[in-house]
Ligand binder design. Structure first.
Ligand SMILES: Nc1ncnc2c1ncn2[C@@H]1O[C@H](COP(=O)(O)OP(=O)(O)OP(=O)(O)O)[C@@H](O)[C@H]1O
Ligand SMILES: [Mg+2]
Length: 422
């Protein structure tokens, strides 16, 4: 069964709880939602705690990560007045890998049944990179006797059922470390979701998902990318570079502390230059100096000169990864920036120039009970997780049936929500 617990084999009901955890490089966020009348979810508990256990999206200090997870969950539970056991978990790092495989199943002229689909969803371990764990198996499109573009083939007749399956996996070590930290907090991972997928669910509008759009989540230690097309996630990637790297560059470049660099970045930072930058002076506290008068006065252009090239490099990397993926065209002309670091002034303009696409800033969709402080772009992944849990709660039953079924093995370890994609 791998890391996953048993899925609840019943459908969503009034009063049920949904709990999610986004383990980010700078913070861990835990949201608890309750299913209200009419099936809508209301957030009844939420908390975010500083995370010192993760660097560039991967756990580097198990104890620190466990402490951050434990306190985020406890604080959210206290607020909700409930105790949770299982959670839906996301992280942006862990080296997600994305590949699309083509599968064909002989159906000998009869109508396509659930069993045929299960057969088609049997994943060949050779299709996954070595030392990786499968996170999502998303049917992108079905075909019957070569007729592509079928959304749900059940009940249709043909000889050969074809399927294009998008497999998302992450490095086994990274996932195992995260699962261990969570288990040590006496919690169970119901399923993993890759963070850019969750962020896309929170930020993209339906038309963007259908027509093709790319969500770029600029986090603290990662920049993760999700491409959506025809309502499905077709590609994900993650770079181990984020806002913390910009802060480090500033601290090094202006010889100041990390704390001062973070402040300078959020107060005066900009991703694009302006003619006034040379005239505007900013105070840079000297390292180890307590007296505020003992600071350097430097032109703002020096700060912008550090931030801009780093962010430019990040977007150039994103562009080349998208081009190499083959999903560049499918991704359409639309980019949505989110994540805490998307709050940098001028970032939209810089992204537009480097990526040559239409760029907008994305905040997570509103949800009842979502506080102002947690409605910013840093919480896109957490909000998206909750939306995902809400939408597919009933489908957990299907996953558990599949686990018990003949497919077993790899499929049994699927953290995905198979039915959602039909
Ligand atoms: N106003 C701002 N301007 C620029 N950057 C900002 C601003 N506010 C926050 N940030 C940056 O956002 C980053 C944190 O973003 P976020 O909370 O999305 O990361 P995370 O989810 O913890 O990390 P990751 O997803 O990379 O694992 C930090 O590097 C922080 O400096
Ligand atoms: Mg994040």
């Amino acid at each position: 069964m791998g890391f996953y617990g048993r899925k609840r084999a019943r459908s969503k009901g009034n009063g049920d709880l949904l709990a999610v955890l986004d383990v980010g490089t700078t913070k861990v966020a835990c949201f608890i939602g309750r299913v209200a009348e009419g099936g809508r979810v209301r957030i009844i508990g939420l908390s975010h705690q500083v995370n010192r256990g993760v660097k560039a999206g991967s756990i580097v200090d198990m104890e620190a990560a466990e402490a951050a997870i434990g306190s985020a969950v406890t604080a959210a539970e206290d607020m909700a007045g409930e105790t949770i056991h299982g959670l839906l978990v996301s992280m942006a790092g862990g080296h997600p890998s994305s590949r699309t495989v083509g599968i064909e199943v002989d159906i000998a002229g009869h109508a396509v049944s659930d069993a045929d689909i299960r057969q088609a969803l049997k994943i060949d371990p050779d299709d996954l990179p070595d030392d990786s764990e499968l996170v999502h198996a998303i049917p992108v499109t079905y075909a019957l006797d070569g007729n592509r573009g079928i959304r749900d083939p059940r009940g249709m007749f043909g000889d050969t059922l074809g399927l294009e399956l998008h497999l998302v996996s992450t490095a086994s070590g990274a996932m195992r470390n995260l699962a261990t930290c969570i288990q040590r907090c006496h919690l169970q991972v119901d399923a993993f979701v890759t963070a850019p997928y969750a962020s896309g669910l929170a930020c993209l509008v339906e038309d963007e998902m259908q027509l093709g759009a790319t969500v770029i989540d600029l986090g603290g230690g990662t920049t993760s990318v999700g491409v959506f097309f025809d309502g499905r996630l077709v590609f994900v990637d993650s770079l181990p570079v984020g806002g913390a790297h910009v802060t480090n560059d500033i601290a090094r470049g202006l010889t100041t502390s990390i704390t001062a660099a973070e402040r300078l970045k959020t107060f005066y930072g900009s991703a694009v230059t302006s003619p006034a930058d040379d005239r505007e002076l900013i105070d840079v506290p000297l390292i180890g100096e307590r007296d505020p008068d003992q600071s350097n006065h430097v032109p703002k252009s020096l700060l912008t000169g550090i931030i801009q090239p780093r962010l430019e490099e990040v977007f150039e990397l994103v562009r080349s990864r998208l081009e190499a993926s083959g999903f560049h065209r499918v991704a359409g002309r639309r980019v949505v920036l989110t994540g805490g670091a998307s709050q940098m002034q001028g970032i939209q303009e810089l992204a537009r120039t480097v990526l040559d696409k239409q760029v907008r800033l994305g905040r997570p969709r509103t949800m009842p009970g979502l506080a102002e402080a947690t409605s910013g772009p840093a919480f896109s992944a957490a909000v998206g997780l909750l939306a995902h849990a809400d939408r597919h709660y009933a489908d957990m039953a299907v996953v558990s049936r599949l686990e018990d079924g003949p497919a077993g093995g790899l499929l049994g370890r699927l953290g995905g929500w198979i039915r959602e994609y039909l």
